[in-house]
Design a protein around this ligand. Sequence first.
Ligand code: SIN
Length: 486
Amino acid sequence: MAARSALWRTQGWINGSWRAARSGMTYPVYSPSTGEVLAQVPDMTPEDAQEAVQSAYQAQKSWAAATAKERSGVLRRWYDLLLQNEGDIAQLVACEAGKPLSEALTEVRYAASFLEWFSEEAKRINGSIIPAPMKGRRVLVLKQPVGVAALITPWNFPIAMVTRKVGPALAAGCSAVLKPSEETPLSALALAQLSVEAGVPAGVLNVVTASRRSTPALVQYLTSHDLITKLSFTGSMAVGKLLMSQCASTVKKLSLELGGNAPFIVFDSADVKLAVQGTMASKFRNTGQTCIAPNRILVQSGVHDEYVQALSEAVSGLKQGDPLSEGVNQGCLINITARDKIESLMSDAREKGARVEVGGDCNESLGPLFYQPTVLTHTSSEMRITQEEIFGPVAPIMKFDREEEAVALANATPYGLAAYFYSSDAAQIWRVGEEVEAGIVGVNEGAVSSEMVPFGGIKQSGLGREGSVFGIDDYIELKYLCIGNV
Ligand code: SIN
C-alpha cells in the first residue's frame, strides 16, 4: 500500500481537518480483487455534510478573491505533487478499483493533466466588452464563479474523475464538497492530503465519505441545499435523473455525465487491423468499465469474419489477474452487483441466439469478480446486452449490410456519449461523423480521452462538458454589467 503513510487517509476532510463521522460510524472499503478489507472510513450523514457545506461557503469568497495567478499556482503545485507521488497513488487506485497497476499509473497521470490544464485555464477566464447599444453606456460581461459546487464522482476512475471536476471548480474560484464513490474513497482522500500540501486553503475542498446505505441521504442533503449552487455528477443515467430532479427546487447549475451505449462501427473500407487495435484500446480499457467503452460493435458483412477472427485472437491474448502483478492488463469487476448484471445480460444474449467466441464466464480461479474478456457474435437489438450499459469486458458484435442501417442502429438509443467508426472512405467519414449522435466521436481511433478535449454527451447521456477550454464554463456564471451615463 501507499509507501508514504501521509497519503493513507481514512477520515473525511472537512474545514481543513481530518474527521470521523459525528456518529462514530464507519464502513469497510474492500479490495475487489482479493475481497480483503483495505480500510474503515467514516460513514457520514447530513450532519457531517452540514459543516462541509458551511465551511465551503465561508471559504469560497476569499478563494474567489485570490488572484487568478494565485489559484493557478496552487493547482500547479497540486499537479507537481500528484506526479511526485504517482507510484503510491497508483497503488491505491489499483487496490481499491481493481485495475492493473500500469493502468492505474496512466490514470494518475491523466488525473494530474486536469490539474495542470486548469492551472493554466485559471488565468484565461476572460470576460468581454460589448459595443454599447446606446450612447453614454458601457457594457461588460464578467465571468464569476458559480459558488459552492457539490462534486459526486464514480469508482471507475477514482482519481481522474475527481481532478476533472475539482480542477475547473477551483480554477474558476468555486469551493467544493466532494463525495467520492463509496467503493473508492481512499484515492480521493490521498488527493485531499496532497491538496493541503499544495496550499488549497481550509474549506475550499471538503471530502465527505459515506457507505452505499448512507449515500442517498447525504447526497439528497447536498442536492437540495440552497448554499450549493452547482452539482457535477458522473454516474448512471437513472441516478443522474434522480439528482437532476432533486436539484430542481434550488435550480442548481448542472454538469451530468451519465454513461453511454457507444456504437463501434467497422465499415467494409476499414483497415481491419487498425479497427481491432481501436477495439482493444476502447473496449478493454479498465476491464470494460468506462462510460465510453463500445457497447455494440457493428461490423459490415464484407469484413465481419476477418474482424471477428482478429479480435478473438487479440482478446485471447489478454492477461487477466492480480492488478498488482507484472504484465497483467485485465483486472476485475468492481463488485458482485456488476458481476450479476453481466451474467444476466450474457444469459439473455445466449437464450436469444448469441454465440460466445472467447471467454463467456467468470475466471473463478482468480476470484469471483474476474469476468473473462469475452467476444460475442450473432447479437441483435433484441438482446439486453446491446441496449444496456454492460460495464464489463464483453464485446458484442452485430453484422450489418448497409451504411444507413449501421447509422440507424448506432443512433437507436437514448444515450449519446461516445461513438466510434472505422472507414477509409473520406466522404463516408464526413457523412457518418456528422450523422452519428454522440458528444465524442472517434474516427479510426479508439483512445480519445485527454484533458485538452471536451468530454460529455448529448441526448440523455448528460449536460455540460469536462476538460478542454470549454470545461471551465460549467463553473462560471456570466454577469452583464451595464454602466450608464458615462
Ligand atoms: C468515464 O468512463 O467516465 C471516463 C473515461 C475517460 O475519461 O476516458
